[in-house]
Write a protein that binds this ligand. Structure first.
Ligand SMILES: Nc1ncnc2c1ncn2[C@@H]1O[C@H](COP(=O)(O)OP(=O)(O)OP(=O)(O)O)[C@@H](O)[C@H]1O
Length: 353
């Protein structure tokens, strides 16, 4: 299988898209956002100025989940099948549609549901392509897919696939980032993989806040590892690649959320992680020599996805309501900084028989 970069610009830069969710308040029709999807520009009108952001893609509030998948995720999935690591992550303020974009409208949606998100669509595409290849050539092509699912909650890592939701450790060993103690399951079909995804999602920490009825209180990372073995003439080709789907918790302003107690503590931890992520992205954009990945679990886990051996797509989600214009600007500035980050995705070498 060949790695390809269909629809994604050649080169190593991160692919950055913005998505506007539908307005939550029908009376609030004076949205400060103007989307020009044809030219991939989003403009924010605040009190007395206009700020334009030119990204790789801009999806307006009518964009379908299928379109978002085709542009943001399919090229990364194709490369993953060809042996190249990939990451797709969603970033944005609380309630702006990250979980909707990554997973869908509900935890379990059927395979014909138009609202299913990037993760189930990617899983379907991966197994469809692998099964076609292995049926065509069962003696010379074999594959194995494994999945893990972890969350970072209040500065601790948990395994979402273990019923006791066990705490796990993260270790940086040379080029590798290891999640020690995380369960890893072999999955042989779309259904099996989706079952783990849904079970893990149910274990994820969420809570009702004033901004979102089911707000994620943790960063969730669903990880797939693929090993393919192919014999071509006198060549034996073994490739390993990882694909991470990251649904970050949303940034939140205490003034707006009015959270107290545990929710306030969680919010502070989420904001610290996101602020450190923004620092790492800025430092990478400025080509600094030392990047402080190790200072937070989130950035350590994403080390390869940001400035490392991976192809990465970032989808920033924004709310069209005027009251959130400050958060929208902050999210789009984050997107603007991501544009400067360069990755160095590598394909492992072919071994001769
Ligand atoms: N494109 C969309 N179309 C229809 N509904 C949407 C869309 N995007 C988001 N929503 C709805 O908006 C609400 C908030 O979305 P979601 O939970 O995905 O936000 P979030 O960014 O993940 O929030 P948090 O950071 O608080 O977890 C949900 O009820 C979701 O169904």
């Amino acid at each position: 299988m060949k790695a390809s970069s269909k629809k994604m610009p050649k080169g190593e830069n991160l692919f950055i898209a913005a998505k506007v969710r539908p307005c939550s308040d029908k009376k609030n029709l004076r949205s400060p956002l103007i989307t020009d999807s044809e030219n991939s520009i989003i403009t924010v009108k605040s009190t007395n100025k206009e700020q334009r952001f030119h990204l790789n893609n801009v999806f307006d509030e009518n964009a379908t989940q299928e379109k978002v998948y085709d542009i943001v995720a399919q090229p990364i999935v194709d490369d993953f099948l060809g042996g190249i690591n990939g990451t797709i992550f969603a970033y944005g303020q609380t309630g702006s549609g990250k979980t909707y974009t990554m997973n869908g409208n509900k935890i379990s949606e059927t395979s014909d549901s138009p609202t299913r998100g990037i993760i189930p669509r990617s899983i379907e595409s991966i197994f469809e392509i692998l099964n076609v290849q292995s049926k065509k050539d069962p003696r010379s092509f074999t594959f194995s897919v494994k999945c893990r699912f972890i969350e970072i909650y209040n500065d601790t890592l948990y395994d979402l696939l273990q019923t006791n939701n066990a705490a796990i450790k993260i270790l940086a060993s040379g080029e590798q980032i290891l999640t020690v103690g995380a369960a890893e399951f072999v999955v042989t079909s779309v259904e099996e993989c989706l079952l783990h995804l849904r079970n893990g999602w149910k274990n994820r920490k969420t809570a009702e806040t004033s901004m979102n009825r089911e707000s994620s209180r943790s960063h969730a990372i669903f990880m797939l590892t693929l090993v393919t073995e192919e014999i071509k003439g006198t060549f034996f080709n073994r490739r390993t690649s990882c694909l991470n789907f990251v649904d970050l918790a949303g940034s939140e302003r205490q003034k707006q959320t009015k959270n107290t107690g545990e929710l306030l503590k969680e919010g502070a931890c989420i904001n610290q992680d996101l602020s450190h992520l923004a620092t790492v992205i800025r430092d990478l954009g400025d080509a600094k020599k030392y990047i402080p990945y190790r200072d937070r679990f989130l950035t350590l886990l994403l080390r390869d996805s940001l400035g490392g051996n991976s192809r990465t797509s970032v989808i920033v989600t924004v709310h069209p309501n005027r009251e959130f214009v400050g958060d929208t600007l902050s999210t789009l500035n984050f997107a603007e900084n991501c544009k400067k980050v360069k990755n160095k995705a590598k394909l492992k070498k072919i071994n001769r028989l």
